[in-house]
Structures are given as structure tokens and as C-alpha cells.
Design a protein around this ligand. Structure first.
Ligand code: HEM
Length: 413
């Protein structure tokens, strides 16, 4: 059996029990931030630091095809997703996502999402208790579906939000969360594939140049549109991660609760501070633990080697908390990004390198745009934080405040 087809449990026990701390704990004793280990039955080398980011994103070093375990493809990314392509195939497919970098599109999506937030907040004030993580997932789903051109009758926001969240929540764990993630993917992929077929047959219209329209018209090979299943995978690769911004909004609420002094500057509408706050939320709180690729050739980094066909890991969580880069990594200090702009190969919660040419997340500007707008709205909202379990377990991937961050007595501004 191919190593990447083996079940997730194989050889990954320390990862599953230690979660985000797995690589940072083991790399603590390495002066050069490098570690030789094994993952999924293969030799692996873990690295971190801006130079290591450039090493990792060199296509002559690492390929993505065959690197992602099947349980992750069957839940998080989808089979045949852009994440798994290399070389020309990757460049051609990535063209589908490059418009996401356009500032006008970022603004357009942010306007849809903030409108959905303003609508939702009115109903939150009528409820005795709102779990922000869940409620924001629905807001993001409404906003992104409208922006992406999905017809209103094709979107039932609450169940769709639950499925999109489940795909992310269950990708890295065996058991019921994983089964929920698989069912959610199968259900939504089939629905989106039917919608794409309907658009192609002219039964449903997609607004010109919307995400839905672009996905329907995309060709990997000249004259050959993507099969409906793969097109659905890529449509979900816009919807799902946008809705995943609810993880960061729940973390933003957690930060405002623990360090309420930041609320005032956000409330005042200080745009530069809001962006710095969004960067600090993405740096400080754990989301993607690490990234991996298959080594194309034998690679050596600071004296440690991994053979061709092994795995190169980029320690994302460790790098975002590296003392050498951040000085006081465990202090939540948005000001750091006002003192010095974020270096794209230092701050890597959504990958490193260039999103236009490599695998870096094309949705990073969208994420920052959504997060800074929603953080301002959150800071302006009046609410009470009742007694609840706000711990963020580092063993759970992906993690979040255990309670989902519940609020009571919501009063819209
Ligand atoms: C919660 C916020 C998000 C996080 C934490 C996140 C994180 C990531 C990470 C770690 C990668 C992998 C980078 C690599 O393999 O080198 C990635 C790739 C990707 N992300 Fe995001 N992302 C987020 C939001 C978004 C949004 C809003 C979109 C689209 C609207 C998006 C679309 C994608 C796509 C299509 C890829 C694959 C890129 C490629 O392989 O070339 N992401 N993201």
C-alpha cells in the first residue's frame, strides 16, 4: 500500500497525542531548528525559519503530489485539489484562484460578509445565548455564497455552514469527528457538482466572472473543462476556508476578552491597528500545525538529510512562536506589526513564499480583510461573557476555545 494511502494512525501517534507541540517540543534542543523524524512510515525532516521557508517552497526540492494522506484529501481538500498539484498542472489550476488576490474582490467579499454580520447581530440580541464560533460560521457562509454567485435557493446557510466547518474540524483525527467530516464532504461535493452541471446546462445562471462562473468555465487542458467533481472540489476550496475564518474570529473574541485594552483602538476604527490585530491573531493562536511535501531528491538542511521520497515538514506553529523571530512569542502584542511590517516568510499561518507562483494560500488577503473588519465589529458589540470553558487545548487539531466562545446579552451598536 502507498504510504499516503495508509490510515492516519500509522506512525503518527506522537503527533496525535501531542498536537501542536509535537514538532516544537522535539526541535527545542536543535540550535539550527531542524529535526529528523518519521511520519506515515516515511523518513521526514522538519525545518523552520524564513530561510527554511524558501528551501521548502523550492519546487526542485518538494512535490505535493502523493504527499497528502487520503484521510486529509477525503475531508479537508478533496481529491484532485490544487493543493496536490505540481509544476505546470499547479500553475494552470492556480489561475482559477489568483483573482482572489485582487483588492477589489477582497473588498467585495468583506462587504457581503459584514452585511450578513449586521443582519445576524439583530437576531443575536433576541437570543439568550450565542456561541460565536457557530454563529459566525453561518454569517461567513451567507456572505461567501452570495459573493461567489451561488443562487439563493441553492444555499441553506445553517446546514452548509455545519458541513463546511465539519470538513475542517475532522481532517486530522480518527473517530466520530473524522466520520462527520467525510460525510460532510461527500454531501457537499455532490451538491456542488450538481449545481455546476446545472450551470453548464444553462438551467441555473452564474453571475459573470463570479467564483461559480469561473469554476464552471475553468480548463486545465485546452478545450477540456474540469469534470464536475473536480470543479466542485475547487468551489469548496473557496467556500470552506472562508468559513474557516470563524476559527480566527473565535480567537479574536478570546483575545479581546483576555486583553480588553485592545478593544478601544479597534472600536475607534484605527485601520492600521485592526490589520495588526488580525496578523497577531493569526500568529499567536494555533491553526495549521505544519505543512508537508514529498522530497524529490535527497535533501540536506543544516547537516541533517532526508532521502528522495521522504517528507519535508515546515513547522508552521513553531515558526509563528519562534523566539528568534518574535522576541516575546507568547505575548499577544498586535503592536509588533505596527513596529515592523509582517515579513511574508516569517509570518506563515497560511504558508510561505509567493501565492501567485507557489502553494501559499491565495486567500490570505481575504482572511486578513475579513478578520480585521469582523474584529472591529466584535469590539463595538456589547455582550457579556458568561462562565464557560475557554481553554484552547493544544492537543486538538484544529483547536479552538472549548466552549466555542459563548456570549449573552448581545446589544448591537
Ligand atoms: C482560516 C483562514 C485560512 C487558513 C488558516 C488557511 C491556511 C492555508 C494553508 C496553511 C495553506 C497551504 C499552503 C501550502 O501548502 O503551502 C492554504 C492553501 C490554500 N488556501 Fe488557505 N487558509 C485560509 C483561508 C483561505 C481562504 C479564505 C481561501 C479562499 C477564499 C483559501 C484558499 C486556499 C487555497 C485554494 C489553497 C491551495 C493553494 C495552492 O495549493 O496553491 N484559504 N491555506
Amino acid at each position: 500500500m502507498d504510504a499516503h494511502r495508509r490510515p492516519l494512525m500509522d506512525r503518527t501517534l506522537p503527533l496525535l497525542t501531542e498536537g501542536y507541540a509535537w514538532l516544537p517540543n522535539r526541535m527545542r534542543d536543535s540550535a539550527d531548528a531542524v529535526l529528523r523524524t518519521r511520519l506515515l512510515g516515511r523518513p521526514a525532516l522538519a525545518v523552520r525559519g524564513p530561510e527554511a521557508v524558501r528551501f521548502f517552497y523550492d519546487e526542485g526540492h518538494v512535490h505535493r503530489h502523493g504527499a497528502t494522506p487520503a484521510p486529509v484529501l477525503d475531508t479537508l481538500f478533496g481529491q484532485g485539489a490544487v493543493h496536490t498539484l505540481d509544476g505546470d498542472a499547479h500553475r494552470v489550476r492556480k489561475e482559477l484562484f489568483l483573482p482572489l488576490l485582487d483588492p477589489d474582490r477582497v473588498t467585495g467579499l468583506t462587504e457581503h460578509v459584514t452585511a450578513a454580520w449586521d443582519e445576524a447581530v439583530r437576531s443575536w440580541s433576541e437570543l439568550s445565548r450565542v456561541v460565536l464560533f457557530d454563529a459566525v460560521g453561518v454569517v461567513l457562509t451567507r456572505g461567501v455564497c452570495r459573493w461567489a454567485g451561488l443562487p439563493r435557493q441553492a444555499v441553506d446557510a445553517e446546514p452548509l455552514a455545519r458541513d463546511l466547518i465539519a470538513m475542517v474540524d475532522g481532517f486530522a483525527t480518527p473517530g466520530p469527528r473524522h466520520l462527520r467530516a467525510r460525510r460532510a464532504r461527500a454531501r457537499q461535493q455532490a451538491r456542488m457538482a450538481r449545481l455546476i452541471e446545472d450551470v453548464r446546462r444553462g438551467k441555473v445562471s452564474a453571475p459573470a466572472d463570479s467564483v461559480l462562473d469561473r469554476v464552471c468555465r475553468h480548463h486545465d487542458d485546452p478545450g477540456e473543462p474540469l469534470d464536475a467533481g473536480t470543479a466542485a472540489v475547487e468551489l469548496l476550496n473557496v467556500l470552506r476556508p472562508t468559513v474557516a475564518v470563524s476559527w480566527f474570529v473565535a480567537f479574536a473574541a478570546h483575545a479581546l476578552h483576555r486583553w480588553p485594552a485592545h478593544r478601544e483602538r479597534l472600536r475607534a476604527g484605527d485601520g492600521a491597528f485592526a490589520t495588526a490585530f488580525a496578523h497577531e491573531v493569526r500568529r499567536f493562536y494555533p491553526f495549521a500545525p505544519f505543512l508537508g511535501g514529498r522530497t524529490v531528491t535527497e535533501l540536506t538542511w543544516h547537516g541533517e538529510s532526508v532521502p528522495a521520497g521522504g517528507i519535508l515538514l515546515l513547522d508552521v506553529y513553531g515558526q509563528n512562536h519562534d523566539e528568534k523571530l518574535w522576541g516575546d512569542p507568547y505575548a499577544f502584542r498586535p503592536q509588533r506589526f505596527l513596529e515592523r511590517p509582517a515579513d511574508p516568510d516569517e509570518l506563515i499561518p497560511q504558508g510561505g513564499g509567493d501565492p501567485a507562483t507557489g502553494h501559499r494560500c491565495p486567500g490570505e488577503r481575504i482572511t486578513v480583510g475579513l478578520l480585521d473588519s469582523l474584529a472591529v465589529r466584535l469590539a463595538r458589540l456589547e455582550y457579556t461573557v458568561p462562565e464557560q470553558d475557554l481553554r484552547i487545548p493544544l492537543r486538538r487539531i484544529p483547536t479552538r476555545p472549548r466552549s466555542g466562545f459563548a456570549v449573552t446579552g448581545v446589544r448591537a451598536p
